[in-house]
Design a protein around this ligand. Structure first.
Ligand SMILES: NC(=O)C1=CN([C@@H]2O[C@H](COP(=O)(O)OP(=O)(O)OC[C@H]3O[C@@H](n4cnc5c(N)ncnc54)[C@H](O)[C@@H]3O)[C@@H](O)[C@H]2O)C=CC1
Ligand SMILES: O=C(O)C(=O)COP(=O)(O)O
Length: 524
């Protein structure tokens, strides 16, 4: 039974779903990095929000980990390259908390416009300072949206409902989408010059870090009000403090900080500064949404191999996964076969025909690459195989054929080596059992399983008897025996499974038999 650790506070429905789906679950929140490192080894899955930092060290200790599920959107607390290299799938729930976060941005915009937190504190302190607080109307004001993705679009919709004019800076926003949203696409400088309120809704990347720098803040309308419900680091906090002190920025509301938890900040106590402790996603509705979704997605993956919303792997629906499972076994074995038999591979082509051509090709490709590269590393799997292949400069090609082949379904793997192209092909018997049907142009029917002996020899009478004799004398029992040949009297291939591994000595004896060109042990 797979085991999941929920390491951040999550709606109880997550644990309930894991249990209902046959996944064992522990909920242990608030652990330090060292404590997490000490316990992570026993888990197959890790369900998190933004507090748990899934660093390289944590991943190195996570020897059983297969999936990290983020109940929320931002995954900047997960070292995705290290997770991919370790073969761990990282998934998030990209929509479950977006309405809630957009509403928080709107709430903060109102809080700034009417100085609600300060007015509240003053009133509750018994001061009744009616003349101190003079607000501004939102109607007819210009809202500058930096980032018009899921959350930004919802903010735009709500702002238009408030009769605001919305301008957006987002290099990936198409003109058609801008029209659909009823917003105006502008450059960053234009946004800075025109906006009365600016709200940020981008991830934190190299291109967005300090997008509101001292220089950018200097280009804003004097008295602009700024809201950040996206990520700390999008605004230069020191520059923001200076701009607020000078009056260039008239108000700022931050839900997120460069360093979290933000227990101290030069911004604290600044007039017209409003802050919340990363509460953007904190509503009952959003937390139920993301908890259910992350648990369903992780359970799908752990129980049936379905992949949804993964950031480092192509999607594979829970319906597709069982259909693809035998193909992935076939693809992995074909990849493993060529990987074990061919040393220097510079390119690989994965061709499907018949029923296989109608399936999602990415998982088949991932499985071929995983099998092929397992020769170099036993930690390679479908998640890290494509990036490892890229790192090695392997040229990968996928071809789907419309033609009818000899089999109702077929996967062929052709590798380019210094000796030219070499291909192996396989099919599924009874829609489920992987079988090799062609090895380097020789027709054969073989099950690729366990320990096998591969022999290429000159087809000549008496050879099979001599080979069987040599193995028998060494006390090696043959399980299955498969034969194929190019032409009578030409090159022949023997693939046999053995119940115990062949020693170097026995392999050398086989190699020394008359007519043997190649003898190699294979493991599947
Ligand atoms: N405060 C909180 O509790 C929450 C914060 N968030 C954060 O909100 C942010 C936005 O989330 P979504 O809208 O779901 O993401 P999204 O991926 O749907 O949208 C992000 C948008 O930013 C745009 N973008 C990327 N680079 C840009 C650049 N250099 N300049 C301008 N635009 C750029 C993209 O084109 C995209 O349209 C994320 O950082 C997420 O982590 C999300 C949920 C809750
Ligand atoms: O979903 C996101 O990106 C968030 O920032 C929400 O964070 P949280 O799950 O509330 O810690």
């Amino acid at each position: 039974m797979p085991k999941v650790l929920i390491s951040d506070k999550m709606d109880p429905r997550a644990a309930q779903i894991f249990r209902e789906r046959g996944v064992e679950v522990d909920e242990i929140t608030g652990k330090t990095k060292d404590e997490l490192i000490a316990m992570i080894g026993e888990y197959d899955g890790l369900a998190i929000r933004s507090s748990t930092k899934v660093t390289k060290d944590v991943l190195a200790a996570a020897t059983n980990l297969k999936v990290v599920g983020r109940a929320g959107i931002g995954v900047d607390n997960v070292d995705i390259p290290s997770a991919s290299a370790a073969g761990v799938v990282v998934m998030n729930t990209p929509f479950g908390n977006s309405i809630t976060t957009a509403e928080h941005a709107i709430a903060l915009m109102f809080a700034l416009a009417r100085q609600l937190p300060e007015a509240d504190a003053s009133t509750q302190a018994g001061k009744w300072e009616k003349n101190r607080f003079m607000g501004v109307e939102l109607t007819s004001k210009t809202l500058g949206l930096i980032g018009a993705g899921n959350i930004g679009s919802i903010v735009a919709d709500r702002a238009r409902g408030l009769k605001m004019k919305v301008v957006a800076f987002d290099p990936f926003l198409t003109p058609e989408r801008a029209i659909e949203l009823g917003i105006e696409k502008v450059t960053l400088d234009e946004l800075l010059a025109r906006a009365d309120f600016i709200t940020l809704h981008t991830p934190l990347t190299d291109s967005t870090r300090n997008i509101l720098s001292a220089e950018a803040l200097a280009k804003t309308k004097r008295g602009v009000r700024i809201i950040n419900c996206a990520r700390g680091g999008l605004i230069d906090e020191v520059a923001l403090k200076a701009a607020m002190d000078s009056g260039q920025v008239g108000g700022a509301a931050l839900d997120v900080f460069v360093e979290e938890p933000a227990k101290a900040s030069p911004l604290f106590g600044t007039p017209n500064f409003v802050s919340t402790p990363h509460l953007g996603a904190s509503t009952t509705e959003a937390q139920v949404n993301v908890a259910i979704q992350v648990a369903e997605q992780m359970a799908d993956f752990l129980m049936s191999g379905g992949v949804t919303n993964a950031l480092n792997m192509p999607s594979l629906s829970a319906e597709e996964a069982p259909k693809l499972k035998p193909y992935m076994a076939l693809a992995e074995r074909l990849g493993s076969l060529v990987g074990q038999l061919e040393g220097e591979i510079t390119a690989v082509s994965i061709e499907t025909e018949g029923a296989a051509a109608d399936l999602n090709q990415k998982p088949i490709t991932g499985a071929v690459l995983a099998g092929l590269m397992r020769v170099y590393s036993d930690t390679v799997n479908m998640v890290n195989a494509p990036s490892l292949a890229k790192e090695r400069g392997l040229d990968v090609r996928e071809v789907r054929h419309d033609r009818e082949g000899d089999y109702a379904t077929q996967v062929q793997v052709t590798v380019t080596t210094p000796n030219g192209e070499r291909a192996v092909a396989g099919t599924l018997f009874a829609n489920s059992e992987p079988r090799l049907v062609d090895i380097f142009g020789v027709k054969i029917e073989a099950d690729l399983a366990g320990t096998m002996l591969y022999v290429v020899n000159e087809d000549a009478p008496g050879f099979i008897g001599r080979l069987g004799g040599a193995l028998g004398e060494a006390g090696i029992n043959i399980g299955t025996f498969h034969l194929g040949r190019r032409a009578a009297g030409g090159e022949a291939v023997v693939l046999l499974s053995v119940d115990s591994a062949l020693s170097e000595k026995v392999l050398a004896q086989v190699q020394a038999l008359p007519g043997v060109k190649v003898a190699k042990t294979l493991r599947f």
